[in-house]
Design a protein around this ligand. Structure first.
Ligand code: FES
Length: 270
């Protein structure tokens, strides 16, 4: 059950270009939050920005004396709200609602088999905690971004995956092009065999393209959708997407997702 509570800022640091890591001590949420779930964070007490912002889990920490008390998020400064977050100070109390949404589930089939993670931009952060629940699998990771500055969690994945593929749209790091183009190249070259499952997260145009790309592949895919959210817990219906559910086609990203089976989504022109 989500709760509204206070967390204490332990660290708020710039990690690269306009990306920051925020570590929060908040036992009730740190104990419960699962990969793919998110929190709504009140970014300011001012009238504007009024709304909370959604952030997905990056890591949970167990440090001596503070077991299951701390979790972290990575955020990108994109507007006034996230700019104000950069001012959070160590020891400051912040208002959080969470854990929210339905997270990822492990593949129904046991190992052996390979898992592919495909993340675009800050979406790769949402996929990182999956490594907690996929310990028995070989994990192949695709990380994409516009430039080298947008490639996140590289060192984290180096410790947890069998192989990492990187793409940037400007060619500043790795393959030049989109992460989906790189994914297609590797799959077509049969460099990853016996893939049981794919997990992905990124902007909706990327997920739509991915859906198109996977149409003829027999590989199930769970996708975490990024959406603008007002309430974050299902009350305002401001985050709906259309699905193949004939009884209730419109579903809320915040409450019914943010993780959906990708082939369950109904794209208008696909
Ligand atoms: Fe209000 Fe999803 S953000 S219902």
């Amino acid at each position: 059950m989500p709760i509204q509570t206070e967390g204490i800022v332990l660290k708020n640091e710039n990690i690269k270009s306009n990306y920051y890591i925020l570590e929060i001590e908040c036992p009730p949420i740190a104990r419960e939050i699962r990969p793919g779930q998110f929190i709504m964070l009140k970014v300011s007490d001012d009238r504007y920005p009024l709304l909370r912002r959604p952030f997905s889990l990056y890591r949970r920490f167990s440090i001596p004396g503070k077991r299951d008390r701390i979790f972290s998020i990575i955020y990108k400064v994109v507007g006034k709200g996230t700019k104000e977050m950069t001012e959070f100070q160590k020891g400051q109390k912040i208002d959080i609602i969470g854990p929210l949404g339905n997270g990822f589930t492990p593949p129904p089939l046991p190992p052996p088999g390979n898992i592919i993670l495909v993340g675009g931009g800050v979406g790769i952060v949402t996929l990182y905690p999956l490594t907690e629940i996929l310990k028995d699998y070989s994990i192949y990771v695709f990380i994409g971004g516009k430039t080298e500055d947008d490639i996140l969690c590289l060192d984290d994945f180096k410790k947890k995956s069998s192989k990492i593929y990187i793409s940037t749209e400007d060619g500043s790091l790795g393959f030049k092009g989109t992460v989906l183009k790189l994914f297609s190249n590797i799959i077509e070259a049969k460099k990853i065999k016996n893939c049981l499952y794919i997990y992905t997260c990124g902007p909706s145009n990327m997920l739509k393209e991915f859906s198109k790309r996977l149409k003829n592949e027999d590989i199930p895919c769970q996708a975490s959708f990024e959406s603008r959210m007002a309430c974050g817990f299902g009350a305002c219906w401001g985050c709906v997407i259309k699905t193949k559910n004939s009884l209730s086609p419109y579903q809320r990203v915040c409450k019914d997702g943010p993780v959906f089976n990708l082939n369950y989504i109904l794209w208008d022109d696909l």
